[in-house]
Design a protein around this ligand. Structure first.
Ligand code: ADP
Length: 611
């Protein structure tokens, strides 16, 4: 990766950190400055004190040096300790904030991409770089200390050794520039060899992470997700699927162990690197001690030069470390950025939704809409032409797989049509600002999810709860009786995930809460996909008999298999095999005996008649 790109990636990383973990990098930089300057202060003052003792023996100067050594050390140590605590606090929470980087992206990403296997793999790769191997953003945080320490270390050690090179002893051998050349050679060599070994280690590491993407995903699924998701856990227990999962995990583990040659190669790189660093430090030490031994400078200065030169070699060695690390994590960050930069098509529209649309309703038209799911050859909707008129109560019926839910998914732009257009008041829905467009609809999907939040929060989907409005919606969704006795009312938590006092609710109650949530949103169009599937017949009847008053003057689309409950609708649209095959009122449709509707109606009615 080119230097410019690495700088850009590093800067972007710091911008992300500033947004998600504010204050962390500032604390880290201050901590590193204090930590790095501390030993140089000690080295410099120690040299002064020893020189004073061995030469002038000026007591007041000696006291001043000692006092300054203690005072500056104390101040720097205080800064270091305070910042260290701050860094530890912030660093321990940073992984949670990193998760937020992903969840923010997930929230704004096109739904179609969430299901795309390539993008899922890309996300996993970015996550693994971020969380599992300590690379990417985490490494940027840790290497910030290295970066600050190296640059301050180099600057301070050069400052403290200038006099070592310039001082003349009068001995031609000792004063020879070869000493400087030799030292520079060690420094440069140390940089080159360290970066070569690091690069090799990185290649092996890359190969290893690539081979682990699938392993980690499968292991996560068999070892964690199967049991942590309570919906799955039920079936896993009842059908003892854990035995299959155990066997698969063992197989994965066996295969993975075969790959451990790569890990061995990596650790051999690391030990060679450590050995080389040790040799460099020794050479440097010998060089300085040799020159000092030949009497080039005062005894006290030996401490200064030895200390500073070893620090210089160390810092240059670390400089190449920091540069090689930067190469590694900027490459990992690149994978994170590739994921974060996946364009969001749904966010490209910018036409505003007029307030009047939200108040007085709107007209939706499907114009020649055909659709096939990504990575699928088959059209699930073909040439759909239909209008949803203001205030109309419309039912969608048809056999499983006929395309009803897909129609709704297109309406809320989880997907865009493969062909044709969907128009809102005559304008393609892709042109509208997506967030504003969603205000037009209240959806209740078959597979809706309530969250382990308070009841009021679930209904309002907002941190501000309008108690009167929420209570009214609870009433309309026929839930008043169920929640009447709750001492904490709307503050009552659902489920027990985050609150011991949370209440368990049945599938039917959950469905009613989802209905109340849709009513609370108070959008001009309400779309209910099988909204009563989990309700008992009495509760279902109660909802339907009040359906008109529940949905008031809103446009309502209602998808159901129970044809008897569609009769109250102004219009029934019959889907069959991806097409709209009939439209009309129940009375008209049922008369057409050769039609799909009559076929479905008779198939269901038969059971009621025999019963
Ligand atoms: P309905 O709501 O009428 O039961 P759907 O709209 O859910 O029908 O499904 C229509 C067809 O689309 C079905 O054949 C179904 O298998 C297919 N389908 C639904 N979701 C997806 C998906 N995410 N990817 C591929 N095919 C899908």
């Amino acid at each position: 990766m080119r230097f410019k790109k690495r700088v850009e990636n590093t800067k972007r990383g710091y911008r992300i950190l500033a947004k998600y973990c504010p204050g962390l990098i500032r604390a880290k930089v201050l901590h590193s400055i204090a930590k790095t300057v501390l030993p140089f202060v000690t080295i410099w003052f120690s040299a002064r004190i020893i020189n004073e003792i061995s030469n002038d023996r000026n007591v007041s100067r000696l006291i001043l040096y000692v006092a300054l050594t203690i005072g500056i050390n104390f101040i720097l140590s205080m800064i270091k300790n305070v910042m260290e605590k701050k860094v530890n606090d912030k660093e321990s929470g940073m992984w949670n904030y990193f998760s937020k980087v992903f969840s923010d992206k997930q929230m704004e990403m096109d739904f179609v991409n969430l299901e795309d296997p390539d993008i899922r793999k890309q996300k996993q790769k970015a996550e693994e770089n971020l969380f599992m191997f300590g690379n990417g953003l985490g490494q940027l945080v840790w290497d910030t200390s290295g970066l600050v320490e190296v640059f301050i270390g180099i600057a301070a050690s050069i400052a403290l050794t200038v006099s070592f090179f310039t001082s003349k002893s009068g001995n031609a051998v000792i004063d020879s520039p070869a000493w400087i050349a030799g030292l520079l050679l060690i420094v440069i060599l140390s940089g080159i060899i360290t970066s070569k070994l690091k690069a090799k280690e990185q290649d092996v590491f890359e190969e290893w992470t690539d081979s682990n993407v699938w392993f980690n995903r499968a292991f996560m699924f068999y070892g964690h997700e199967l049991y942590s998701d309570s919906a799955r856990a039920k079936d896993v227990r009842l059908y003892r699927q854990d035995r299959f999962a155990d066997r698969e995990m063992q197989k994965l583990q066996d295969n993975n162990e075969k790959d451990n040659g790569l890990l061995r190669k990596m650790s051999s790189c690391q030990s060679r690197l450590a050995l080389f660093k040790g040799i460099c430090a020794c050479l440097c030490y010998l060089l300085v001690v040799a020159k000092a031994g030949l009497g080039a400078f005062a005894v006290g200065s030996i401490v200064q030069y030895v200390g500073a030169l070893i620090k210089m070699v160390e810092s240059f060695g670390e400089l190449s470390d920091v540069i090689s690390e930067n190469k590694i994590y900027t490459e990992h960050l690149e994978k994170l950025y590739e994921y974060l930069d996946i364009p969001n098509r749904k966010n490209t529209g910018n036409v505003h939704i007029d307030e009047s649309i939200l108040k007085s309703g709107c007209e939706i038209e499907f114009k020649n809409v055909s659709f096939k799911y990504p990575n699928s050859e088959n059209y699930v909707l073909r040439n759909i032409n239909t209008k949803l008129n203001i205030g109309m109560k419309q039912a969608f019926v048809g056999q499983n797989g006929a395309g009803k839910t897909t129609f709704v998914k297109l309406l809320c732009r989880l997907y865009d049509p493969t062909e044709g257009q969907i128009l809102l008041n005559g304008r393609d829905i892709r042109e509208y600002d997506y967030v504003e467009y969603l205000k037009v609809f209240s959806f209740v999907f078959q597979d809706f999810k309530l969250l382990a939040f308070p009841l009021g929060q679930n209904i309002t989907a907002d941190t501000e709860v309008d108690v009167d409005k929420a209570t009214e919606c609870i009433e309309k969704a026929t839930l008043s009786e169920r929640f009447a006795g709750l001492s904490q009312g709307l503050e009552t938590y659902l489920y027990k995930d985050v609150s011991e006092k949370g209440i368990q609710i049945s599938g039917g109650e959950a469905q009613k809460i989802a209905l109340a949530r849709a009513l609370y949103k108070d959008s001009p169009i309400i779309v209910l996909d099988e909204p009563t599937a989990a309700l008992d017949p009495i509760a279902e009847e109660e909802i339907y008999s009040n359906f008109s008053s529940i949905t008031e003057d809103k446009t309502a689309i209602y998808i159901s298999h129970r044809l008897s409950s569609c009769r109250f609708c102004d219009e029934i649209t019959v889907f069959d095999n991806g097409k709209i095959v009939q439209k009309g009122t129940h009375e008209n449709l049922v008369k057409d005996e050769s039609g799909k509707y009559a076929e479905l109606w008779n198939a269901q009615a038969k059971y009621y008649r025999t019963a």
